[in-house]
Ligand binder design. Sequence first.
Ligand code: PHE
Length: 355
Amino acid sequence: MTGVRKKGGWATEDWLQAIAAELEAASTTAAVEAVRVAWLGRRGRITEALRGLGALPVEARREAGQRLNRLREAAEAQIKARLQVLKAQEEAETLAAERLDMSWPGRRPPVGRLHPVTRVRRLVEDIFLRMGFAMVDGPEVESLWYNFEALNMPEHHPARDMQDSFFVNLPGMVLRTQTSPMQIRAMEAAGGRLPVRIIATGRVYRRDDDATHVPMFTQMEALVIDRGIGMADLKGTLLAMSRALFGPETAIRLRPSYFPFTEPSAEVDVTCAVCGGRGCRTCKDTGWLEILGAGMVHPVVLQNGGYDPEAVSGFAFGLGLERVAMIRYGFDDLRLLYQNDWRFLAQFGRGEDGM
Ligand code: PHE
């Protein structure tokens, strides 16, 4: 495109058309900028022409100057208009590319679930914390004194066979076979003060392995000591716990039993949650399921814990949490809990216990 210099001026109409054509062809804001530089930049055609005005005779200069200025204004307006169109286009393209469809369903991150035993553990802990019990904790590698002797099970006591032990490579130590050593530890920690009202949950270990026993399992121990504590307090506490765990219709049954550290002792059954007590495979048609051992704290145990059996009394019980999980969730092989089969564990949805 050449500027045709007519006599006394420039073909500004042609130039304007040329600019319009170039702008039309410019499809990006960068291309428009190139057009602007070519015409209006420091070495642009219109700029150069304006600069050349000085060489014209005075009358011609005035007329040409006006025309060139109009041309420049027209060119600037065209450029501006074209830029606006392109900017709007580019913006629309970016918006389309970055568009978020808010109606799409969100992507759920995979979330883990609490192990059924953990859920049951939190549930029973919660029940007893609300009843005013304190929670205590103790070692899984325990001394023979706490695990047996202090609990009225001296060496060669036949009852030690009920709980075949795992010994460890430290003299006088075992993996605790029960949470009952926490009875002694709690009494020691209370230092003779009353009342003692604690629970202790944790792992225990026994050389056992079948459909209803695993070598590592979880117990919750409860101990209450005060003046005038009787069997009725034990029964009331157990009934409240059982109903909170298995539903308000649940009944309990105490069967006379033997533990060296309680006297009298009982094994405690709850109404079978599977059949509601009518009798089924799970409860072997008895309508009852055994969940714990309990009793009134033996005088020797009170003494070993620093309490006077003439002045105070107490009850204790030990609850198997895997058992509770089986009953609550309705499965019949305890080993499933520890085989880490994702398909089994994933059935226990999050939150249906409220925890
Ligand atoms: N420690 C007993 C067991 O593991 C249960 C128990 C606890 C019994 C407290 C009586 C009192 O079998």
